[in-house]
Write a protein that binds this ligand. Structure first.
Ligand code: HEC
Ligand code: HEC
Length: 357
């Protein structure tokens, strides 16, 4: 696709996005966080707190230019820059070989849209308040830094950032900035991805291909390779990110799981879509996710070490070992409800360690 054909699409979807965003403060919209008063201030000491409904504010609420030009402000701003232009600082094409941590030319914001502030596009608003947390993939308590490195090794198909690096500190500082006023331990409406109920059938990649041709190919291209922003090798990333192939997220990434990809796609794609006004049905999102994930992508080493406590391995984690006796194909493409049912039954046995291998 040529840039001149791309532009109208982008403009169109930008205006669609604009039209779909409910005015802040509307009844259906998110409850924007007050920028100044922390919610806890409203609770008199000694009284049980009514759980406040915390929401994600409009993008303007996270305007980082309002921060002073001090050490914290500079680091938070570098974190946002790293989020939007990951490829330019820690991507595989940067000049200094020692800075090549990401293995692909995506940006964190390719998935964590609007610099990590879009509702139901796995936003980071409040993320700082939910870590450390138990994570099944590692079967241990992970810090926010561990979680950043989870995406570095999988979504970005690369290497972990050193914990004491400027880049790691910048990411965490930016997430701290996005999470200001969110009390530790609270849940924020719009965090993660919306729940997705899969149709009780195997996904149909042929139907998915038709959805792709109708609603995705104009941007992501016939080979899922996206559109580069500049010449390959220039560390300038993508105008439209790739969905599969050698520069995409690897097979151990969260986005390589059917239920995660379908939920993300339904709530956020085609570009400009919001959770409140999806443009695909559940069936279409499910099938197009299968079509996208049916293609080759970089392989993550040692995925058999993921989810060492096998009872909490998600049914759509499509790599061995499989503990439920179902086929690899069923884990990859469904139907999932029978697998979810079977995992419920197996949970107690597996937790006691009388492991099915
Ligand atoms: C290909 C898509 C993709 C890219 C690119 C990506 N991530 Fe993620 N990220 C995900 C998904 C999917 C999840 C949620 C997985 C789950 O828990 O189901 C996630 C979760 C996270 C979380 C936890 C959020 C929370 O609320 O618990 C953090 C932090 C994070 N990513 C950081 C990063 C950083 C930093 C980068 C860039 C260096 C990055 N991600 C790039 C897909 C991506
Ligand atoms: C108007 C152009 C456009 C269309 C149409 C579009 N996308 Fe995207 N897509 C993007 C852009 C741009 C991003 C990066 C996120 C951002 O900039 O907000 C993205 C990100 C993604 C991602 C996460 C990042 C990655 O590289 O994996 C997935 C998955 C995805 N799109 C799937 C789809 C699917 C499936 C469809 C069709 C239903 C679709 N997109 C339609 C432009 C588009």
């Amino acid at each position: 696709m040529t840039p001149s054909r791309l532009l109208p699409i982008l403009l169109l979807s930008a205006s669609a996005l604009h039209a779909q965003t409910p005015p802040s403060g509307s009844a259906s919209g998110p409850t924007p966080m007050p920028a100044s008063a922390p919610p806890s201030a409203a609770t008199p000491v000694g009284q049980a707190a009514t759980p406040a409904k915390l929401g994600i504010g409009p993008t303007e609420a996270y305007d980082i230019s309002r921060l002073p030009d001090d050490a914290y402000g500079r680091l938070a701003r570098y974190g946002k820059e790293l989020t939007d232009r990951t490829f330019a600082h820690i991507g595989p094409e940067v000049r200094n070989p020692k800075m090549r941590f990401a293995g692909n030319n995506l940006a964190c914001a390719s998935c964590h849209e609007a610099s990590g502030t879009k509702k139901f596009a796995i936003p980071w608003v409040g993320a700082h308040a939910t870590f450390p947390q138990y994570r099944g993939r590692e079967d241990t308590v992970s810090t926010l830094e561990d979680r950043v490195n989870g995406c570095m090794e999988r979504s970005m198909a690369g290497k972990p950032l050193p914990l004491d690096s400027l880049e790691m500190k910048a990411f965490v500082t930016y997430m701290h900035f996005l999470s200001r006023d969110i009390p530790v331990g609270s849940k924020v409406e719009g965090q993660g991805l919306p729940p997705f109920t899969p149709p009780n059938r195997r996904a149909d990649t042929t139907a998915g291909s038709q959805v792709y041709q109708a609603k995705c190919v104009a941007c992501h291209g016939p080979n899922g390779a996206g559109v580069r922003a500049g010449a390959p090798g220039s560390a300038t990333g993508y105008a439209i990110p790739p969905l599969w192939g050698k520069d995409a997220f690897n097979h151990g990434a969260g986005m390589n799981r059917m239920l995660t990809a379908a939920a993300f796609i339904k709530a956020n794609m085609p570009l400009g879509t919001t959770y409140a006004q999806p443009q695909l049905t559940d069936e279409e999102a499910y099938d197009v996710a299968a079509f996208v994930l049916s293609h080759e992508r970089p392989l993550k080493a040692h995925t058999e070490r993921d989810f060492p406590a096998r009872w909490n391995k998600p049914v759509d984690a499509a790599f061995p070992p499989y503990v439920d006796g179902a086929s690899a194909d069923q884990h990859r493409f469904g139907p999932y409800p029978p697998l979810q049912e079977r995992m419920k039954q197996l949970k107690d046995t597996l937790m006691k360690g009388t492991a099915v291998k």
